[in-house]
Write a protein that binds this ligand. Structure first.
Ligand code: ZN
Length: 409
């Protein structure tokens, strides 16, 4: 087998190409239609061109039909480098889509979709989340290809759509295509820490709720004639907040934030003037729930509380489920993919990685639901979804080295 130092210096030599690839991918927005974007098609096109230019053995595109985007589909790209053995495959999963830039004024280093290199950082929307891992996985294999090294197993790089909005058109669609086998190794490269020594093996279950309170809008001076939805909405939100925290209070030290979290987040605008009593109040909750709890039970409790408030206030209260994703725990310290990843990290970086759980939401949950073991790992500072989001070039290169060792078995 080739000395790892040769592989590492090959990867170091690809530094400039990696930076250029990341910057060109950032320049193509891939925002979901829910957030006013046109999906990932343009970005997928650029990616496929890159993959073909770099000489991957096979590149496939799986389009999930979606009438909301102009091309009618959401692309999922899979690129293969064939290995010595095809009995088990190594899959490295990252996502094409990005969240919207937010307030453009807050981007002080560059415009969100025109990236810039500042020292060790490539700044731009989608740089850390998840462009860095797209590029590190691609160039890990590129280095092996240039050296004429066949990976120990066939490696599939998976670039999915729709990760930020629930993965219906992304990994969930791809899992239905039967690409993945239960004994494959799957690494989802979409969570980690700055030291690169944290492997995520569990995620919390997810509930995203939209609470809508309908009262009656009237003049500010005549509350007697209306029904103030804002007051009721605040009451209900606080009651819900208290109920969920009190009832679902277990702690699990495996997780960073060891308890379930229930956060009121988004609040929709109601009336335009101070002297209008609002007839509608809309609040959202982001709940990250420890896997020991059954989501249907949590929802039953929520519905009971809402019915109580409906009776008490005469307002109509509806609950919309924006996302419901239960996330079983499969992995353990002795898991094959975790062990291989730990070994690769140790050999490439000289560090001992530890395992743990997070508040979640990566593609890994969907693999776990199907009983496929998966580890989540990359080296990131953790500034995803923020203005001035960046990826460290040094982390991108360091991760590529770990992926190359994983592929070499
Ligand atoms: Zn991500």
């Amino acid at each position: 087998m080739l000395d790892k130092a040769v592989v590492f210096s090959q990867i170091d030599g690809l530094r400039q190409e990696m930076i250029e690839a990341l910057m060109s991918l950032i320049s193509v927005p891939a925002v979901a239609p829910e957030n006013g974007g046109d999906g990932e098609a343009q970005k997928a096109k650029c990616l496929v061109q890159l993959l073909e230019r770099l000489g991957f053995d096979k590149v496939e595109c799986y389009n999930a039909p979606d009438g909301r985007v102009s091309c009618g589909g959401r692309p999922n790209v899979v690129a293969y480098l064939f290995g010595v053995s095809d009995e088990r495959r190594l899959w490295i999963v990252s996502h094409l889509d990005v969240v919207p830039p937010g307030k453009v004024d807050a981007w002080t280093e560059t415009l969100p979709f025109s990236s810039v290199l500042c020292g060790d950082r490539v700044v731009g929307r989608g740089s850390e989340d998840n462009g860095q891992s797209l590029v590190s996985s691609i160039f890990a294999l590129r280095a092996l290809k240039l050296l004429g090294v066949k990976p120990a197993f066939t490696v599939g790089l998976v670039f999915v759509a729709d990760e930020e909005q629930g993965s219906t058109y992304g990994i969930q669609y791809l899992l239905k295509q039967q690409l993945f086998k239960p004994n494959d190794f799957v690494v989802v490269s979409d969570a980690g820490n700055a030291a690169g020594d944290f492997i995520e093996v569990a995620e919390k279950s997810l509930l995203w709720l939209k609470l809508c309170v309908m009262g009656k809008q009237v003049h500010g001076s005549r509350p007697d004639k209306g029904l103030n939805a804002h007051r009721i909405g605040m009451d209900v939100a606080l009651a819900l907040d208290r109920l969920l925290h009190e009832k679902y209070s277990k702690v699990d030290a495996l997780f960073d934030v060891p308890n379930s979290t229930f956060e009121p987040t988004r609040k929709e605008c109601n009336v335009e003037a101070v002297n209008i009593i609002p007839g509608e109040d809309i609040t959202y909750f982001d709940c990250r729930i420890l896997p020991v709890y059954n989501l249907d039970e949590v929802l039953e409790d929520i519905n009971q509380l809402l019915r109580y408030y409906e009776e008490k206030t005469r307002a109509k209260i509806t609950l919309e489920l924006l996302q419901k994703q239960s996330s079983p725990i499969l992995n353990s310290d002795t898991d094959d993919v975790v062990l291989r990843l730990k070994t690769a990290i140790k050999h490439a970086r000289g560090i001992d990685a530890s395992v743990g759980g997070v508040g979640g939401g990566t593609c890994a949950a969907f693999f776990r639901q199907q009983g496929i073991h998966v580890a989540v790992w990359c080296t990131i500072d953790g500034i995803a979804h923020q203005p001035n989001e960046y990826a460290r070039v040094s982390s991108m290169i360091a991760d590529a080295k770990v992926f190359a060792l994983l592929a070499m078995g």
